[in-house]
Design a protein around this ligand. Sequence first.
Ligand SMILES: [Zn+2]
Length: 147
Amino acid sequence: MDKFMKIAIAEAQKGIRAGHGGPFGCVIVKDGEVVGRGHNEVVKRKDPTCHGEVMAIRNACKELGTFDLSGCDLYTTAAPCPMCRGAILWANIGKVYFGCNVDDTDSIGFRDKIFYESEEDFCEELDRDACLEVFEEYRNIKEKRNY
Ligand SMILES: [Zn+2]
């Protein structure tokens, strides 16, 4: 068994035994070392964004002092949901290893699967010009700062 997946599983077990949320644990690895870990804390924190991957990304960013996790790999007990896939992309994580697949997650009552299958678009453009003014301000500020 993979040693990092073993740690991700231990995180998931810790979470479910403490009543923090679903059976999802995650570990982030850089150069063969664990730099972040986390588990689902949706129930504990009453926050639907506290998935194992998001918690581990936050933990790794704090540990490394950066929002850029380039060069890191992520190990998770289940295939990342669309939100976590987005977070993984924003964090520049290179490779993801997952244990259970979307059908496995569906079988214990989680609804990721319908997110992939949904054709519904609940987003509508509103006040674009006013929002573009903030973009312009950001563009000017960004030129003066280095990020
Ligand atoms: Zn997720």
